[in-house]
Write a protein that binds this ligand. Structure first.
Ligand SMILES: [Mn+2]
Length: 372
């Protein structure tokens, strides 16, 4: 009998996206997209005939997430036809008295296994010859990981699949400069001789490629992009363990929204048009942060707001930073802005003739500021 698993983590349901002044309609879409992604994950697990859905922590963004969020999440997970194993991560850490895990326990359905204790979880009751070994987080930060309780391999039933499920940083792979995210090492994980490890916490998949086999552990990454520091489209692992207990995994893209951060040098109106034409087809599933620098002819510089407005209509969200974009200072511009013979006119004309564009830009900015 082989065992087919869908492995995900770090969906962070209940994130509010209050952090960067998104318009309310965009914010609501960001919140909603994460639930829709969970729906797609469950549909994928069903259509791929997975028997086990492993969520390796941070399904929820915080331990005091709204009651409606918990109910909605359980209603989605319940549509999975197999067994769902949910590990507390460092964001949704286990607090037996807290509202999250109390609600999950009281509202949870029969096929939901809450991996809240440091003990083996045999899945025989669900028809699976598998045993899960969880490392449940019990707080937001910890310099010590939670895999230390796991017994050496000699004491395990020989026929079962032994699968570790942990949440935290892996040394050399996840950024954790202060060792505060339940840090683990590859050798610690390997020494426990699991048939497979499902890890959560790092938002980028590991290994970062489409397929993997017999890796010491896999990190699922977030299935739905959550900000401009996320440069992938969101994914999960589909893992199959064969009769020999060897694993083969395939990464499947699951994300709906995407974030793009772009820096672009503009030297002409054509450059400006090119970047607009490149970005517009991204469409209303894309959020763009666009930083522009360089120099534009006056008319294009002046109309840049109009171009941004047009582009904004094609995207879900556009944030622009153009403080380093400058106007091309020509004799015509100087003549149009300052009376002939005035000090700025003479000064800027002289700098322009001297062929020092940087000094000219600076002088122009200063005189414009004085004018205001
Ligand atoms: Mn985490």
């Amino acid at each position: 009998m082989s065992l087919k698993i869908l492995h995900t983590a770090d969906l962070h349901l209940g994130m509010t996206f209050n952090n960067r002044g998104y318009p309310e309609a965009v914010r609501e879409q960001l919140i909603e997209a994460r639930f829709e992604t969970l729906v797609r994950i469950v549909e994928l697990a069903n259509s791929e005939q997975c028997v086990l859905l492993v969520i390796a922590g941070d399904l929820f963004h915080r331990p005091n997430v709204a009651a409606a969020t918990i109910t909605r999440t359980l209603n989605i997970l319940e549509r999975f036809s197999g067994c769902t194993a949910l590990l507390p991560g460092n964001h949704d850490y286990y607090d037996p008295e807290g509202p999250l895990w109390r609600s999950l326990r009281s509202e949870g359905f029969d096929e939901l296994v809450l991996l809240t204790a440091e003990q083996p979880f045999p899945l025989q009751d669900y028809g699976l010859d598998a045993i899960l070994y969880p490392a449940p987080c019990n707080k937001k930060h910890s310099p010590a990981n939670r895999i230390g309780w796991i017994d050496p391999p000699s004491e395990r039933p020989a026929d079962s699949y032994h699968i570790g499920v942990a949440h935290g940083a892996v040394q050399g792979i996840s950024p954790d400069l202060e060792d505060q995210y339940f840090p683990m090492t590859t050798s610690e994980l390997s020494a426990l001789k699991m048939h497979h490890w499902c890890l959560g916490h790092t938002h980028i998949r590991y290994p970062d490629r489409a397929e993997a086999s017999c890796e010491p552990f896999l990190i699922s990454g977030t299935p739905e992009p959550d900000g401009f520091d996320c440069r992938h489209n969101g994914c999960v692992w589909l893992t199959e363990l064969n009769d020999e207990k060897e694993s083969r995994s395939r990464s499947v893209e699951t994300g709906f929204l995407r974030f793009r951060e772009i820096e672009k040098q503009l030297d002409s109106a054509a450059d400006f048009d090119a970047i607009m034409q490149e970005l517009a087809p991204e469409g209303d599933r894309t959020l763009v942060k666009l930083k522009l620098f360089g120099t534009l002819p006056e008319a294009d510089y002046r109309d840049r707001g109009l171009r941004f407005k047009n582009l904004r209509e094609h995207l879900l969200y556009l944030e622009t930073e153009d403080g380093e974009l400058t106007v091309e200072i020509t004799p015509e511009l100087i003549a149009a802005r300052y009376p002939e013979g005035s000090f700025p006119h003479r000064f800027l004309t002289r700098l322009s003739e001297r062929g020092d564009p940087e000094a000219l830009q600076l002088a122009y900015r200063l005189t414009e500021e004085v004018k205001r």
